[in-house]
Write a protein that binds this ligand. Structure first.
Ligand code: TNX
Length: 549
């Protein structure tokens, strides 16, 4: 560990802080005030100093600023895990190790991790089943004072979300991928935060079919989602332009179906090991992968590999590199089609630990309503037989309800059909294209993206309520999703420009209590995130709506 002046300074102030506490305790005084002098320059809550609870995105349920200078990370800071024994302890330990690794990169501090039930000082991660039940599976409580930061949750997921809040309570340079040597004080303001999500499902979709993205690039995408407490990664794995997941026994799917992408550049695909690695990486950040195999349309790549699945029985289509939709269909009246879907569904289910399997269903223009509904119900039953919960785009609404789709993802389309499906028991994930589509341009002259659903600036992404997009009974909306379609996006830098700063806006819509959402306040908080992204090396679009600092 390099010893730098900043490290020495913080070790000294840490000692002073401990001394001050002892003196105060001996004098029988409470409070933090007397510590101000011991914190050294930059340790007090100045404008450029510690983040307070009102900087966090998505906004927490409640954040109270507490008295005092807060907690400063020093060379003596230890992460302590208080989570009993067995599997919960192992899980909490894993979260602490990841947090320590993330904080070490920029701070250069040793930040060792220890098991310490009932620990007093340091950064304490505690799994606590006695927290109120309302905390839920992703809720947590974070308190910071001069001696410690405590993150408490009922589950590992809650603990992990709390660690992301801790990152945001530290200065933006905390996101640096290399050691920061400018003397930054790693101080967390004294706060008491209680937090839990509004919706259980908060997703983002990455379209790896129109343009292929490598495992490492997908991991980068996951990193960005995790910062804002997104908990589902929807991978759009197949489309006209490419089939991106290897299926044993069907080598042509990737051998033929994965070679290209939009624009004619080389495509690619994930092997079983690649896909498992994405799932593992996402899981480690408490994101569930939702794989999508888009059926029965958007299937040109599958048909190029398996021309026998075309209704004419033999026409092998050329690989498709354009961006039109609605022209392809696997034959819904041929049993070979259902043998194919059964095999694919079983295989994807086998590789996927998460509960969901998405089977698309959008923009099918060459099939009548009855045939389409029947196809949907049969494949949904295959998904269920493979042990997964079937999700479809809202066009599958007529095939939703008992034994059909359990969840519909709304992007655009018929409201009555959707309401009917909800009456039959379906839940809804809201992804209205005119709010959540991250591939829509910011403004009409923007270089990347499409405009068919309108232009979406940050305020448009932020100012809407998923519960009132459609008139649905309370509880029908299970969450939201932000899709990043990639017809016009081919590099990670392109993804970043479309994702940031709209992702945090949508993340707050999905996470924060409605009463905590406020555009003016959000703009102000978002203005600080730019420095965080610069420190992390993330690209973003400096939209003039935001007061960047
Ligand atoms: C509509 S959303 C689509 C996608 C396109 C997207 C482009 C949906 C279910 N279908 O196939 O990529 O628009 O914005």
């Amino acid at each position: 560990m390099p010893i730098r002046p900043a490290g020495l300074a913080s070790r000294r102030s840490g000692l002073l802080a401990v001394l001050a506490v002892l003196i105060l305790a001996a004098a029988g005084l409470g409070g933090y005030r007397a510590l101000d002098g011991g914190g050294g320059a930059g340790a007090g809550p100045t404008a450029a100093g510690p983040r307070t609870g009102d900087r966090i995105i998505p906004a927490p349920l409640s954040a109270r600023a507490a008295e005092g200078p807060g907690y400063r990370l020093t060379a003596g800071t230890v992460l302590r895990v208080a989570a009993g024994t067995g599997e919960p302890a192992r899980e909490a330990r894993g979260i602490a190790d990841r947090l320590a690794a993330d904080l070490r990169r920029s701070t250069g501090l040793p930040l060792t991790v220890e098991d310490a039930p009932g620990a007093a000082d340091g950064i304490v991660l505690t799994l606590d089943g006695a927290l109120p039940e309302a905390t839920g599976p992703e809720g947590y409580r974070l308190t910071a004072d001069a001696t410690r930061v405590v993150i408490a949750a009922r589950t590992g997921a809650g603990l992990y979300r709390g660690t992301q809040t801790l990152r945001q309570l530290l200065p933006p340079q905390i996101e640096s991928r290399t050691a920061v040597t400018d003397g930054t004080a790693w101080t967390v303001a004294a706060v008491d935060i209680e937090d839990r999500p509004r919706y259980a499902y908060r997703g983002a979709l990455l379209d790896v079919a129109r343009h292929f993205f490598t495992v490492d690039e997908v991991k980068g995408f996951v990193d960005r989602l995790a910062l804002y407490k997104v908990n589902h990664l929807h991978l759009h794995l197949t489309d006209d332009q490419g089939w991106r997941l290897a299926i044993p026994g069907r080598p042509a799917l990737t051998g033929i179906g994965a070679v290209g992408e939009v624009g004619g550049t080389p495509g690619g695909f994930y092997t079983e090991a690649d896909y498992r690695e994405i799932v593992r990486y996402a899981q480690e950040r408490y994101l569930t992968v939702v794989p999508e195999i888009d059926l029965p349309g958007h299937t040109n790549a599958a048909l190029a590999a398996h021309p026998e699945l075309d209704c004419t029985g033999s026409r092998r289509p050329a690989p498709y590199t354009g961006i039109e939709v609605g022209f392809s269909l696997i034959c819904p009246t041929d049993e070979r089609t259902f043998a194919f879907t059964e095999e694919v569904v079983r295989e994807v289910a086998r590789l996927t630990p998460g509960p969901y399997l998405h089977i698309g269903g959008d923009e099918v223009k060459k099939l009548d309503a009855a045939g389409y509904r029947e196809f949907g119900r049969r494949v949904a039953a295959q998904v269920r037989a493979a042990g997964k919960i079937p999700i479809g785009w809202n066009q599958y609404a007529p095939a939703a309800g008992p034994d059909g789709f359990d969840l519909l993802e709304y992007w655009q389309g018929d409201s009555d059909e959707l309401a009917e499906a909800v009456r039959r028991g379906a839940g809804v994930i809201m992804a209205p294209a005119n709010r959540t589509y991250l591939d829509m341009k910011y403004h009409s002259r923007y270089d990347l993206g499409l405009v068919w659903a309108g232009t979406i600036d940050v305020s448009t992404a932020y100012r809407w309520d998923p519960d009132t997009v459609k008139q649905l009974p309370p509880g029908a909306v299970r969450g939201i999703e932000a899709p990043l379609w990639t017809e016009t996006l081919s590099t990670p830098a392109d993804l970043d420009r479309m994702l940031l700063p709209r992702l945090p806006a949508l993340a707050e819509v999905g996470w924060s209590d409605r009463s905590r959402q406020d555009w003016e306040d959000f703009r102000r908080r978002l203005g600080e995130e730019g420095r965080r992204w610069e420190a992390a090396g993330f690209g973003y679009e400096k939209r003039p709506e935001i007061p960047w600092r």
